[in-house]
Design a protein around this ligand. Structure first.
Ligand code: SF4
Ligand code: SF4
Length: 423
């Protein structure tokens, strides 16, 4: 039995449930939230502001979407989701302009908002300040209010265990829609108690959410790159609401996850793309396991959105309390090495149990990089070099057309939804 360093007490999953106590063994204690260097976070935010990969990696986004759409069921799921989700995203974008319907009483409404969020089905809710350092360059004037309500909606257990699968893709999309509708209700509730509320929709997001969820005490960053929440691990979808309501802030928590991931490593070992890093590095002022995007996107594009790193995470499957109790009792990672936790089937490749990984052809991970016009220029240079530096009229015309296509593409999430064949 390991010595327990501290215990974390969290509210139950639903309103009225008993609180949940999570033991954190002393050897897993690091810092509340995530190790960070504030000066570096400030510096990167100022000198190298973040931008959405929908813009910076547009070329591979279009490439991956085209591959995914060759799978008939995946294409139908996407079209259905886009059709149903679009009104929710458009409604979310209007919420910031909605005036409150009454005068506020002036009291602290944090608990009222949290209770309402739980009633609407959110399993995790926490409040902190909106951290503008994590805002995308293209959205820097978008967020109107200083406080942020961080919300996590559970994704159904059973279909998630079948990842990668059509069932899992369906539940992944539908969870986004369910939480989108619930967030609209929560925003209307905040208006009804006297305050503004602006939904930051995951389809139209202003930046990475996880730093603010960690600051609000809703979990810690896993080696898989997902937020690991105490009640459902990575098996949830995130959404945020910024507000001017009179609220008090929650605090970051050390759940032991930062150190536990270095012991566990199940997602790192099981990733078919070898896209997850074993060791942590310092990146933009945070200490984290960094994902190799170039090894992840080609897998996601071809294998039903992949998500194996979510499926094989013991915290997703068994819950943080069970995982920590088991580790404290035995020094072992619950489920590690079992087919139940680690096994998965990849369409067209078969089943892979613990210790087994698929092999891909040479060139599998080649994909376009950067935005459309940047990728056009890279290709132009390569073809001109191959032709001994001769730039033919045809080469020039192809380049001109690709650059024109890139420049005509929308940089706005809603604008992207309007583009040809979006639905
Ligand atoms: S989605 Fe798949 S390929 Fe990407 S990191 Fe997770 S397991 Fe690896
Ligand atoms: S599988 Fe293990 S290493 Fe990966 S995120 Fe989950 S707990 Fe961390």
């Amino acid at each position: 039995m390991l010595k327990i360093g501290h215990e974390v007490v969290r509210p139950g999953r639903h309103r009225g449930d008993e609180p949940v106590t999570i033991p954190v063994p002393e050897e897993l204690e690091t810092v509340p939230g995530i190790p960070l260097n504030q000066r570096e976070v400030d510096w990167y935010a100022r000198e190298y502001p973040l931008e959405t990969m929908n813009i910076t990696e547009r070329a591979s986004r279009d490439w991956a979407n085209a591959i995914r759409d060759t799978h008939i069921e995946m294409r139908e799921i996407r079209k259905e989701h886009d059709k149903l989700n679009r009104p929710l995203v458009m409604a979310a974008r209007l919420t910031g302009d909605q005036d409150p319907t009454v005068e506020p009483t002036g009291g602290d409404v944090s608990q009222d908002i949290k209770d309402k969020a739980k009633d609407l089905g959110f399993l995790e809710v926490g409040i902190t300040y909106y951290d503008y350092r994590y805002t995308y360059q293209s959205k820097k004037d978008y967020v109107k209010f200083p406080h942020v309500i961080c919300l996590a909606y559970e994704q159904d257990f059973e279909p998630t265990q079948t990842i990668p699968s059509i069932d899992a893709e369906i539940v992944h999309s539908s969870t986004y829609r369910t939480e989108g509708a619930a967030a609209l209700e929560l925003a209307a509730y905040i208006n009804s108690i006297g305050y503004h509320a602006q939904i930051q929709s995951p389809t139209d997001n202003t930046g990475p959410y996880i730093p603010m969820f960690v600051e609000a005490g809703l979990g810690q960053l896993g080696a898989c790159g997902y937020l690991l929440t105490p009640s459902e691990g990575s098996r949830c979808r995130l959404i945020m609401i910024t507000t001017d309501a009179n609220v008090s802030y929650d605090k970051p928590v050390d759940y032991g996850i930062h150190a536990f991931c270095q012991v566990c490593q199940v997602c790192v070992n099981r990733c078919p793309g070898r896209a997850l890093m074993r060791d942590k590095i310092w990146w933009r002022g945070l200490e984290k396991n960094k994902l190799y995007f170039k090894r992840c996107r080609p897998i996601m594009a071809r294998y039903l959105g992949c998500g194996i790193c979510m499926k094989v995470c013991p915290i997703q499957k068994y819950g943080l309390k069970n995982v920590m109790e088991h580790y404290a009792d035995t020094g072992q990672v619950l489920g590690k090495g079992t087919h139940d936790l680690e096994g998965y089937t990849i369409e067209g490749k078969g089943y892979f149990g613990p210790g087994e990984l698929p092999v891909f052809d040479r060139g599998f991970f080649d994909m376009p990089q950067g935005d459309t016009e940047g990728w056009a220029f890279d290709n132009f240079k390569k073809q001109a070099a191959a032709a001994g530096g001769v730039i033919s009229d045809e080469l020039m015309e192809n380049f001109r057309q690709e650059v024109a296509r890139g420049l005509s593409q929308s940089r706005d999430d809603l604008g992207m939804m309007e583009e040809e064949d979006y639905i």
